[in-house]
Design a protein around this ligand. Structure first.
Ligand code: SAH
Ligand code: SF4
Length: 339
């Protein structure tokens, strides 16, 4: 039993299955989230015999922090070890008005984008709902989390059921009570799942990792594009936008050597236009093994200007935590392959 992997309804049903009144389930959930305690015995108000039984059945926290890096800009990156010894990363990004946590949805990633550290060794396994939620709780204990983005390692659409479950727990008032609008799922583009998400959770925010508006470039950067080319992915995004009634967001990692010519700006604007999408331009956080180059500030400005001239609506995002390997998968990789 993993208390961080239960919705309120499930926590109540779980208590009932032990012959306890349903409020015990809710109490366990509230106690665990508020206190972020390591043992059931430390959850306030839980009967001692129950707490002992639960502690005997397994540790409360599904992961422990094994490494922590703090950036000059306040970004904190934590490397967590799961019960089976696997490592995942989560990042806390505090700003004046928000505290955003970036969570991983899988150990590694099967997609294998050419620029990303997470996909270098493929996928090792899916994270459970409790393991996803715990990444948020881990940082919530330090200061209340207001936003969660699924932008750590893994492709959320390939672990869809567990991601959906985690979203529901994070949204539950007895859990962290985050509004759906404060939750963002980022995907490299799985059409059937994009449409399904519009049905299952229309209130959350969806971002598509586009990275190129033409199939040739995109297939080189995001191998999934060979299976589901742009027409299919953008078609799914259009259906998504129709269904949820909001404009989608497109993410575009700026790779100096790969997707920053004037023609790339043209095709990006053309892809975004029918969706009325907003574009986030993200200067690449270099991962040595990939060979891709981070653009200079002047190159970023030139591309953003070209994009604006052809009608693209874009914001250049700052690379938070770039001094601490904050790009997804980098810290885990460094830990596993010390050089
Ligand atoms: N697999 C999902 C979500 C995790 S990656 C996806 O690809 O959307 C989250 C975002 O981080 C993606 O837009 C991805 O392209 C971007 N990203 C990955 N590695 C990066 C790096 N080294 N520098 C900047 N952005 C990176
Ligand atoms: Fe996977 Fe996203 Fe990294 Fe691509 S960018 S390898 S989809 S985690």
């Amino acid at each position: 039993m993993d208390p961080f992997g239960l919705t309120l309804a499930e926590a109540r049903a779980w208590a009932a299955s032990l012959g306890l009144p349903p409020f015990r389930g809710e109490q366990l959930m509230r106690g665990a989230y508020r206190a972020g305690v390591a043992r059931f015995a430390d959850v306030k108000g839980l009967p001692r015999d129950l707490a002992e039984r639960l502690d005997a059945a397994g540790a409360l926290a599904p992961a422990s922090e094994v490494k922590r890096q703090e950036s000059r800009d306040g970004t904190v990156k934590s490397l967590l070890r799961l019960h089976d010894g696997k490592l995942v990363e989560c990042v806390s990004i505090p700003t004046v008005e928000r505290h955003t946590v970036c969570v991983s949805s899988q150990v590694g990633c099967a997609v294998g984008c050419s620029f990303c550290a997470s996909g270098l060794n493929g996928v090792e396994r899916d994270l459970t709902p409790g393991e996803i939620v715990w990444q948020v709780v881990h940082h919530h204990r330090v200061s209340p989390v207001t936003n969660v983005v699924f932008m750590g390692s893994g492709e959320p659409m390939f672990n869809y059921d567990n991601v959906l479950h985690a979203i529901r727990i994070l949204g539950d008032a007895a859990g962290l009570g985050l509004g759906r609008r404060r939750l963002t799922v980022s995907t490299s583009g799985v059409p059937a799942r994009i449409r399904q998400l519009a049905e299952d959770e229309p209130q959350i925010t969806l971002a598509l990792s586009l990275h190129a508006g033409d199939d040739g470039t995109r297939s080189r950067l995001v191998p999934l594009n060979v299976r589901w080319p742009l027409a299919e992915v953008l078609g799914a995004m259009a259906d998504y936008a129709d269904k949820v009634g909001r404009r989608p967001t497109l993410e575009y990692v700026l790779l100096a050597d790969a997707n920053m010519t004037p023609a790339h700006a043209q095709s990006l604007a053309a892809a975004a236009r029918p969706l009325g999408a907003h574009i986030n331009l993200i200067p690449y956080n270099p991962v040595i093994e990939t060979g891709h180059r981070r653009p200079t500030p002047a190159e970023v400005r030139t591309f953003a200007d070209q994009l604006a001239r052809v009608g693209g609506h874009a914001t250049v995002r700052g690379a938070r935590g770039s001094d601490i390997d904050a790009a997804c998968g980098q810290l885990k990789r460094r830990e596993e392959q010390p050089t």
